[in-house]
Design a protein around this ligand. Structure first.
Ligand code: AMP
Ligand code: MG
Length: 342
């Protein structure tokens, strides 16, 4: 504040502010991931439902979105949040609603009114703003993996116009250096780091793996063949001369694996050319790979466009790879793209 001015002058320090956002987002993701972990170990058939698009949703998806939105409401009350879930189904389903509220109350360690929980969840149903800042959240990315007892991620990102500025992925079942459960996070322009999900272990920088020969590449793809064609990945791997079989992980844990050097190339080749990619399925993941030294594009090599809707604009599949190899991988994918994604 200038001396003697008598009034506060707002000084915005973008880097510092983004670092603060990243810390806050990390706390929110931690709290949500904790609830997901507890719920995953105790899940019964009564805890999940099928959505209109036939994709599954569980009490943990709702509780995770409620907790993250509550956190954002306190820290950034003016920021819109574009999330995957809404409370509509819970308003009509008292049994499920009760389970979600109990889960949230358990996480907060205090009673909480039903309406409050529903309002938090619905904070995540904001219109996607055409300009300016907003957050996007996938409270459980990879719900199918979550239900199988396998990988999933809690994904939170802060965007400005079409740029992802901060991205945080909580991956409770991903392991790095003997640490089970990691957070992988990035602030634009500042690199990617990882830290244990539990405890107060220090964060460490991470980067994509250096690969000298294409045959050493390790690919990673979806577990669900309906989300990404395993056959297409196999053909691309053959074209590149890759020797080892592809790793299969649900969720944005695939982006995290590339940023951590556990895999080198993430390929997503949806079987349905009409499939549109949601922004919350890619925002945090794309930033952590880019800031770790990778490049991310759609399968045709075009940049991911976060600039318009709740979907990535005109996006067909995804290729994430170390920057120096990205072009080579896109070229190797061209035939498969021509066959199924144009
Ligand atoms: P993954 O963990 O790679 O299987 O991706 C999970 C994401 O796949 C979910 O968040 C969905 O948004 C998305 N998804 C659902 N159905 C499809 C589909 N038919 N094709 C491609 N992606 C899909
Ligand atoms: Mg998702």
């Amino acid at each position: 504040m200038p001396a003697g001015s008598g009034e506060a002058v707002a000084v915005t320090v973008p880097e510092q502010e983004r670092r603060r956002e990243c810390e806050l987002a990390t706390s929110a993701v931690r709290r949500a991931a904790d609830v997901c972990r507890r719920a995953q170990s105790e899940l019964s058939a009564a805890d999940s439902r099928s959505k209109a698009d036939r994709s599954p949703v569980t009490i943990a998806d709702f509780a995770s979105q409620a907790l993250i939105c509550a956190w954002l409401e306190e820290a950034y009350p003016a920021d819109p949040v574009v999330g995957e879930e809404s409370a509509t189904a819970l308003r009509e389903d008292a049994d499920l609603r009760g389970r979600v509220v109990a889960l949230v109350a358990g996480a907060l360690a205090e009673p909480v009114a039903e309406e409050r929980v529903l309002a938090w969840i619905d904070r995540g149903t904001a219109e996607r703003p055409t300009r300016g800042r907003f957050w996007t959240v996938d409270p459980i990315d990879g719900t199918k993996g979550f239900l199988r007892g396998q990988q999933y991620a809690v994904a939170l990102a802060r965007l400005e116009d079409d740029r992802v500025e901060v991205g945080v992925l909580g991956c409770p079942r991903l392991e790095r250096d003997g640490t089970a459960g990691v957070i992988v996070r990035a602030v634009r322009g500042e690199g990617t780091e990882w830290l244990p999900l539990d405890g107060d272990g220090a964060s460490r920088p991470t980067s994509t793996r250096r690969v000298e020969n294409l045959d050493e590449l390790r690919l990673v793809e979806s577990v669900e063949p309906s989300h990404s064609s395993h056959r297409a990945t196999r053909r691309i791997a053959e074209r590149l001369g890759v020797r080892s079989p592809s790793l299969r992980l649900d969720s944005q844990a695939k982006y995290a694996a590339v940023a951590l050097g556990l895999a080198d190339v993430f390929l997503r080749l949806p079987g349905r050319s009409s499939w549109r990619e949601w922004i919350w399925d890619h925002a945090a993941g794309a930033l952590v790979v880019e800031e770790a030294g990778g490049a991310v594009s759609d399968a045709r090599g075009r940049p991911l466009d976060f600039g318009r809707g709740r979907w990535l604009t005109d996006c067909r599949g995804v290729v994430a790879a170390p920057r120096d190899l990205h072009r080579t991988v896109v070229a190797a994918a061209a035939d498969e793209v021509a066959r199924r994604l144009r």
